[in-house]
Design a protein around this ligand. Sequence first.
Ligand code: GLY
Length: 397
Amino acid sequence: MKKNLFFTLLLLPAILMQSYAQTGKANKALLRKADETLQFAARQYKLMMTHVPDTLLPRSTNKDGSLMTSNANWWTSGFYPGTTWYLYEYTKDPVLKAEALKRMELCKKNQFNTRTHDLGFMMYCPYGNALRITGDTAYKRILLNSARSLSTRFNPTVGCIKSWDHGTWKFPVIIDNMMNLELLTWASRESGDPRFEKIARTHATTTMKHHFRPDYSSYHVIDYDPATGNVLQKKTHQGLADSSAWSRGQAWGLYGYTMMYRETKDKSYLDEARHIADYILNNKHMPADLIPYWDYDAPDIPNAPRDVSAGAVAASALLELSRYTGKAEGKRYWNAAETMLTSLCSPAYLAKEGANNDFILMHSVGSLPHNSEVDVPLTYADYYFVEALLRYKQWAK
Ligand code: GLY
């Protein structure tokens, strides 16, 4: 009896956290708004599917206002079928399922693509959701092949997966790559082969060491010497400056370390995610509606473009992070995510039906330094927004 009491006391914090995990406090108005918005999103994507050529995938809006598409080789190819799966999960509309299946076929060949680090985005978003929602085990083989292809880019001397083959870099690793690791942790669980997870953990731990500044903002690109593992350069590609905090990069890091904590229960990843969340939420340039400017150090704040994609990724991550932290801290993350979602569901960011090339959200930034995809819809903003709305509905009590 005494022993039982001892163990109960020992486990009390975990029990309390678990019970908190099931009780993110619901904002009734936002729950209603989430339903309305998900229904709108499904109608919007059913319009979009009639405009996208059969062999292509939607990507953004061109400078002339027309729909920008990509083929399946582009890093964002998996988001549209992934979002369509989420919307099918919500509506059970067979038209959405048929569309997800059709577009996913285009992505299938990427299971053998070893020239990109983006296979998590490209394959786990469509095929991971397809497996989860349909239970069709045929998708497992495709996902395992994808995990094998991604693993070929790992260099044990560096302790990272190489991001890009282009440019003058020796061994570039970008913070975005944290997002691709879930494919690997899944692959180890599924196959029983620990090597995939080992690669994911090593990559995450190396990134923690070199990508972050003392204030927990992150560099975009770290270039390593592939022969020694030494850091050669700390740079940016899509941010304002090497020393600045590119908003989407901070969001990828936040989501990546929250996900890696879920997948491994390694507390150092949880702490990293909490520090990144605090950097973002305490940033003096974070606007009141919590939708960040494209770079936290943009010189023309408050007139700088927002990056809605960074807001959507961060909202989804904060909802999850709130479930792994103590009550007061969790409430802060949960409330911040609610503010972000309330903003994203407002006319300031949510498209009008039939407008915005039928994307759900407006006002994202792909790469401002390259004058590419500035103040446009982006398919990954939609993906993480829909994911966040579904998470909110699932976790709000
Ligand atoms: N992964 C590329 C980007 O976030 O723009």
